[in-house]
Design a protein around this ligand. Structure first.
Ligand code: KG4
Ligand code: ZN
Length: 351
């Protein structure tokens, strides 16, 4: 078996391990979701998430290796998400990755979760650099200018709620449960997006930042005026709300693509599963002759394949992390990434 990179992801409520070869070929990608456990609390409970990761992680790694037909001796590097995310949850993946890397004598490669979401696009697509990349997830909404596999500059991000948070909070207000993005997507298919109008904050302004908290507030006010919507109204509300998010995201990404003069755009993260966002993006970018690439849903929501892919590219540049690598909770991407940002471990190899 050629050299493989083991990817490990545990930043939120998915315990995942994947085996990657040749930089971006996925031999296995096992995702154990805890969504059903957190559902009854209406959101992710950090302490429960950490405990579940501890219970699941070794079995998930074993399964990923077995499915890939690989053994531990085939591992040439261990890539792991070290942030942003829930500290306790991250610690589980990170400690496991460190133990494996140390025990096997192979390098550890720390990976940024948001950058990994964008790297997921390379699994299924050949995207030309530079491109504009939008990461839309439960905790983040960030726009990047991407010039190479591991080089990106942040252009803007949300000033308050993330797009996924806006979906999840609306779903909660509408009694649709958690996580709600997928429920709104389903109901919106039968609704009229014009029936209820929601604001599109910052849509036409020149900033690359986003703001979604006003959208949720406008839903609160709407429900005060129109309590207990029937099935028809519920579908219309979902369609109108979703349209406001999709349009804001697509127009802002287009603005950035035009400003940077790029020929391609990438959307990634859990919200990029949204069917209306995907359709509108391909329509609007298509009109402007810009290619838009969005990973399959399984590579949009949290998964370790994306971590393994970014880890492989980072490793190829000879950049690895040492065993003092720590977790971090909030976004730290307000800089241009360059070579040599991470320290080289003694066992580091270049490929
Ligand atoms: O990337 P992800 O799996 O985890 C984080 O890193 O946060 O994203 C989860 C988010 C949740 O807010 C979820 O409601 C949203 O992605 N989501 C969707 C859809 N599927 C997942 N939002 C809108 N439409 C969907 N189909
Ligand atoms: Zn994520």
């Amino acid at each position: 078996m050629p050299g493989i990179i083991l990817g490990i992801e545990s930043s939120c409520d998915e315990t995942s391990a994947a085996v990657i070869t040749d930089g971006r070929r996925v031999l296995s990608n096992i995702v154990a979701s805890q969504a059903d456990i957190h559902k009854e609390y209406g959101g992710v409970v950090p302490e429960i998430a950490s405990r579940k990761h501890v219970e699941l992680i070794l079995a998930v790694i074993e399964k990923a290796l077995t499915e890939a037909g690989a053994g531990k001796s085939d591992i040439t590097g261990v890539a792991v998400t070290n942030g942003p995310g829930l500290i306790g949850a991250l610690m589980v993946g990170l400690s496991t990755a460190k133990a494996l890397a140390y025990g096997l004598g192979v390098p550890l490669i720390g990976v940024n979760h948001l950058e990994a979401h964008l790297a997921a696009v390379h699994i299924e697509h050949d995207v030309e650099f530079p491109f504009v990349g939008l990461v839309v997830s439960g905790g983040h909404t960030s726009l990047y200018h991407v010039t190479d596999y591991t080089r990106l500059t942040i252009l803007g991000k949300t000033r308050d709620d993330a797009a996924g948070e806006a979906f999840d909070k609306a779903a909660k207000l509408l009694g649709l449960g958690y996580p709600g993005g997928i429920q709104i997507d389903r109901l919106a298919k039968e609704g009229d997006p014009e029936a209820v109008k929601f604001p599109r904050p910052f849509k036409s302004s020149s900033t690359f930042d986003f703001s979604f908290s006003g959208l949720k507030t406008s839903l609160v006010y709407y429900l005060r005026e129109h309590p207990s919507p029937d099935d028809r109204e519920l579908r219309d509300i979902c369609a109108g709300y979703q349209e406001a998010i999709a349009e804001t995201l697509v127009e802002k990404a287009l603005l950035a693509a035009r400003a940077r003069g790029v020929k391609s755009a990438v959307m990634a993260g859990g919200v990029a599963c949204n069917s209306r966002l995907r359709a509108l993006a391909s329509e609007r970018f298509g009109e402007e002759g810009i290619g838009v690439y969005i990973p399959s849903p399984v590579y949009c929501t949290d998964n370790a394949a994306m971590v393994g892919v970014l880890g492989s590219y980072t490793f190829r540049e000879g950049r690895t992390s040492d065993l003092s690598l720590g977790p971090f909770s909030t976004s730290r991407t307000k800089y241009v990434r360059g070579k040599g940002k991470l320290a080289k471990a003694p066992a580091a190899q270049s490929s």
